[in-house]
Write a protein that binds this ligand. Sequence first.
Ligand SMILES: [Zn+2]
Length: 296
Amino acid sequence: MRLLIILGLFVSLAAAETVPLRVVCTTTIISDIVKQVGGTRVQVVSLLKPGVDPHTFQPSPDDVSVIASARVVVVNGLGYEEWIEQLIKQAGMPRDRVVVATTGIEPMTAGAHRHDGHAHGSDQDPHAWHDAKNGMRYAANIRDALITADPAGEKDYSAWTELYQAQLRVMDAWIRKQVATIPPERRVLVTSHDALSYFARSYGLEVVPVEGIATGQEPNPARFSELIATLRKRGIPAVFVENSASPRTVERLGLEAGARLGGVLLADSLDTAGRLGDSYLGLFMHNTRVIVGALQ
Ligand SMILES: [Zn+2]
């Protein structure tokens, strides 16, 4: 009997060691970075599902228990997830287990063209992941947090992060090379929701945001005519919609300005599983291919 109890104790100790670290993330993009950095040592849960608009996200009581089940919670920060504070409080999650993936990243300001009704809580532009160099910083911050929560995994987390950062460095150079094939006067991004400022700044494109189209909003008519004139004058061949925003206004703008619909860009979420953009690296490949293909 005593032997059985001792055996049982050994078995449960061994099991405890192999139980993966449960990490809950706000977005699909952060979830993928945690998977790359955490490998087989983590079990990752994303609160948002592919295609869900984080600006209109309404947490449910179930989300409180998902947060409560986490050893580590990873958020983007920069005012992106206003709804997370309430969840963390309700779940009784200690502050030191909540990791801000953008820590140490110099934020861009959200600019004067920021559309009304957009629910980001500050003047900082939170979409920092659209620059692959920032992605390397996300990975480093996540690595440090995983090591704190699971010190035995330090070697693994460090090795996986190094490999992943190398891939991001290659991606960064590849995007730059791709964008350089677009004629300079056409390196212009007209999109439904100005989520791609970091991408544009880093890879040499200009963003012309379409104002006033935060979910369900009608655009200001004067601004709309101005945009049509700009597009025609500069001969911009294509406009883009985003996977988590309404495409209506951009479609109408393109139609009236004689620009075609260049495709759907992945802005605030990864694509559904099995598609090119279903990973963070894939998001860069997808967006770069769509943009370069339409503007060349
Ligand atoms: Zn956004």
